[in-house]
Design a protein around this ligand. Structure first.
Ligand code: SF4
Length: 248
């Protein structure tokens, strides 16, 4: 079973507990206007052209080859594990499933927007130790304006994940000024957190002022429609049903 990766991050510390390897699977159905990995959106390999040279984003791996590589790093990953991110990992469910089946005692996290086929999502979630559920904008229409897709299918998959109760999860939400930190969105997040039984935590991710750095290399224009340098804020009235934090 083959899959396409656009990067492998070794020694990452922001994608879960301990020292980790983050595997970035290529292809994503969303088009978030703040996305800092535009090279992860298209499914096929593409050449990035920088002023100082070129780089191919998109390398084909056999599931067995990737699992062997990750298993070989087990000693280094004792305190952490492997995080499968993207792009959107649910775009390559068969490949990811085959990799997970071959891992030997490594702690695993699935980092997903939740947009994908429900059965595949639940099957993959059941094979990992923890899920980072990438919530962005709850209102279906506004989600469409900012990410290219309504939030409805992600919210449906979230509900299914919670009802299954097999895998603990947290929310990961980018904290973007006047985009995701609006009163409507944060009050919606508070309400939602009170209806879920297996949600462990809410992590806010700070805005990335360098989000547009790779667009020109992909032959695209970065036009987010908001100030990526402005810091999103969490108001004092924000009291969800689970602990929350802002990651550095
Ligand atoms: S879900 Fe992630 S990879 Fe996909 S477009 Fe949004 S930010 Fe980019």
């Amino acid at each position: 079973m083959k899959g396409i990766l656009f990067d492998i991050g070794e020694g990452t510390v922001h994608d879960g507990p301990g020292l980790r390897i983050t595997v970035f699977l290529k292809g994503c159905p969303l088009r978030c206007r703040w996305c800092h990995s535009p090279e992860g959106q298209r499914s096929e390999p593409e050449r990035l052209r920088f002023p100082v040279g070129e780089r191919l984003a998109g390398t084909v791996w056999e599931a067995e080859e990737l699992a062997d590589y990750l298993n070989g790093m087990k000693a280094l990953l004792r305190s952490g594990g492997v995080t499968f991110s993207g792009g959107e990992p649910l775009q390559q469910p068969g490949f990811l499933s085959a990799v997970l089946d071959r891992l030997n005692g490594l702690h695993t996290i699935l980092e997903t927007s939740g947009v994908g086929e429900t059965e595949a999502f639940l099957r993959l979630a059941a094979k990992v130790d923890f899920v980072h559920f990438g919530l962005k904008i709850l209102h279906p229409l506004r989600a469409g304006e900012w990410t290219g897709q309504s939030s409805l299918s992600a919210l449906k998959n979230l509900r299914m994940l919670d009802e299954c109760g097999e895998t603990p999860y947290c929310f990961r939400m980018p904290l973007l000024a006047r985009v995701t930190d609006t009163e409507e969105n944060l009050r919606g997040l508070m309400r939602l957190s009170g209806t879920l039984r297996h949600l462990k935590r809410i992590d806010f991710l700070p805005s990335n002022p360098l989000a547009g750095a790779k667009y020109a290399a992909c032959g695209r224009i970065f036009d987010p429609g908001f100030d990526v340098r402005a810091k999103g804020k969490v108001p004092s009235w924000f009291r969800p049903a689970v602990p929350w934090r802002i990651l550095k």
